[in-house]
Design a protein around this ligand. Structure first.
Ligand code: ADP
Length: 207
């Protein structure tokens, strides 16, 4: 047991702090809300079924969250990833998590944004979240955490990416609520924490 592993029991279900200036777009669904967490910190510490990795097409490791995941998992992760023949943008591939407390890593490749976000990039980011969730449920995994895919070096504006992330997860949970216990949005930057706190009030409103 390592002291810095964070088990699901230590990750609170999301609840809004303060009032939301954001008009809810979605209907109140307390059962869905119980399946959502906002966790601020390092995704590699989470002792849950699966963590998503914002990887690159080679799946052989990189910077940012990808680098942190490979460092934490150790060289066996790279070895398994090397057998997967890479990953296309928007797709997802699952591996073991080796030295990490999570059981699995689901690697996905976000779109690279040059200039402004187009239909293609938005659909690709949507596919990342959808395919990670689908890969998790196909493998009977019930707790999944996401980093803010594509919003680092891949350049997707965080205020646009959060809407894609929350809408895709909301719609997936509405259709597959019995298959998942918790979806954790793992934010690493203070600015993303604030963005998610605001936007969660719109996508997962409380009664
Ligand atoms: P991408 O190439 O998809 O843009 P990055 O890793 O550059 O991926 O950034 C994606 C997000 O992951 C950013 O918001 C970044 O702050 C965040 N991040 C970096 N390290 C970690 C970590 N250890 N845990 C969770 N999120 C992280």
């Amino acid at each position: 047991y390592r002291i810095d592993f964070i088990p699901l029991e230590k990750i609170p279900v999301w609840s809004p702090s303060g009032d939301s200036s954001c008009k809810p777009q979605y209907k109140v669904d307390e059962e869905l809300n119980k399946k959502i967490s906002l966790f601020s910190g390092d995704i590699t510490k989470l002792e849950i079924d699966a963590i998503a990795n914002a990887a690159n097409k080679t799946l052989l490791g990189g910077g940012g969250v990808d680098g942190a995941i490979h460092r934490g998992a150790g060289p066996l992760l790279r070895k398994e990833c090397a057998t997967l023949n890479g990953c296309e943008t928007g797709e997802a591939k699952i591996t073991g998590a080796y030295g990490l407390p999570a059981k699995y890593v689901i690697h996905t490749v976000g779109p690279i944004v040059h200039g402004s976000v187009g239909e293609r990039e938005e659909q690709a980011l949507r596919n990342c979240y959808y395919n990670c969730l689908h890969t998790a449920t196909k493998n009977h995994l019930r707790t999944v955490a996401f980093p803010c895919i594509s919003t680092g070096v891949y350049g997707y504006p965080p205020d646009q990416a959060v809407k894609v992330a929350l809408r895709t997860v909301r719609e997936y949970l509405e259709q597959n609520h019995e298959k998942l216990d918790r979806v954790i949005f793992c934010v690493f930057l203070k600015s993303d924490k604030e963005l998610y706190e605001t936007m969660l009030s719109a996508y997962f409103p409380q009664g």
